[in-house]
Design a protein around this ligand. Structure first.
Ligand code: C5P
Length: 233
């Protein structure tokens, strides 16, 4: 871990992606979306017709998977067979599948090196579920970003509708709760804040307010960033 690392963990729909991307731009760090890795694995399992819960099928799929994480100008890009993953990994079906495969030790272990290597390349804002606990336990700054389930479902519903999916708010709320429950109950990297994380409840906060709070804490952690911070955004 040569670079400076900010970790942002928390449940789905709390605004982690938007906040992480903006914070990375503000600090001049690269954004790492680790959910995209789990989604890429899930998507390739679904596409090859393998069983998501069968460890032998999953192991075979991981061996066949040509996955890479490449540094783009602002963010790390996840590729499969040399092509960046796109909206095909953002469907509700892949969300559920990603949550299911992420319970498996084989998958988590397989993805660990991909994530850690990013911090050897540059400073990183890493977003996920176990960034501050498992992947980057020595990160300089760790956040837990949360919001009420109704608010998170409302945001995710709006996103899906904007993308042209036909889905009701109630279905999104139920799926959000189902994913939360599974992510919380799993033995490996369960979804909960660690003691050394700064907890931010974004239910009643704007994205700009959350980013401002995080950026000012980054300025306290790394005083050398302060000069750049006041002139950007
Ligand atoms: O963040 P995103 O919704 O894209 O993540 C998809 C799924 O991948 C999550 O529901 C979670 O189960 C899993 N995940 C994980 N650990 C991470 C990132 C994502 O288990 N670091």
């Amino acid at each position: 871990m040569a670079g400076r690392v900010v970790t942002i963990d928390g449940p789905s729909g709390a605004g982690k992606s938007t906040v992480s991307r903006r914070l990375a731009a503000r600090l001049g760090f690269r954004y790492l979306d680790t959910g995209a890795l789990y989604r890429a694995v899930a998507w390739s399992l679904l596409a090859s017709g393998r069983h998501l819960d069968d460890p032998a099928d999953v192991a075979a799929a991981l061996t066949a998977l040509r996955l890479a994480v490449e540094p783009g100008p602002d963010e790390f890009v996840v590729t499969v067979d040399g092509r960046p993953v796109g909206l095909e990994v953002r469907t509700p079906e892949v969300s559920q599948a990603a949550s299911r495969v992420s319970t498996q030790a084989e998958v988590r272990g397989f993805l660990l090196g991909f994530q850690r290597r990013c911090a050897d390349i540059s400073d990183v804002v890493a977003e996920g579920r176990d960034m501050g606990t498992v992947v980057f336990p020595a990160a300089g700054l760790k956040f837990w970003l949360d919001a009420a389930p109704e608010e998170r479902a409302r945001r995710r519903h709006r996103e899906l509708i904007e993308r042209g999916e036909t889905v009701t708010y109630e279905a999104v709320l139920a799926a959000t709760r189902e994913r939360d429950d599974r992510d919380r109950a799993r033995e490996l990297a369960p979804l909960r804040p660690a003691r050394d994380m700064i907890v931010i409840d974004a239910t009643a906060m704007s994205v700009a307010e959350v980013v401002e709070d995080m950026a000012s804490r980054a300025g306290q952690t790394w005083p050398e960033l302060k000069k750049g911070l006041s002139s950007v955004n």
